[in-house]
Write a protein that binds this ligand. Sequence first.
Ligand code: 5GP
Length: 133
Amino acid sequence: MATIFTKIINGEIPSYKVAEDENFIAFLDINPNAKGHTLCVPKQEVDKLFDLDENTYLELMKFSRKVAEALKKTVPCKRIGMAVIGLEVPHVHVHLIPLNTMSEMTFTNKISMSSEALTTLSEEIRKQLSQTV
Ligand code: 5GP
């Protein structure tokens, strides 16, 4: 059965998309640890990060860095944290989280954001990415 992220990739369910190319997509996490929490996902449906072929793994890191740079310019924070977990969704994804405190990396403290706020934020990150050379 297709993962929830494959359904997002195929446009079967909506997302607050921030970036997409031929092989990867990035969208805002629906239950964020902090404002700007973004997931970077390979379109290829593989469960575990280290099972990706080497090229896809390296390209995912390149894609994630580009998104992280745009995120850092959009959301005020000390730095962008990165994590790979996958206990909930068995489809590789890199969590990018704008951090001001360590507790934002715990995945237990969540923030609430309205649909309007998520839409606006995804637009701001997309705009920032479009200005990246
Ligand atoms: P993990 O698999 O790394 O433990 O966590 C999965 C992450 O995906 C969680 O942070 C969760 O909030 C997020 N998530 C789960 N379902 C959806 C969804 O349908 N849309 C979005 N945007 N994020 C989701």
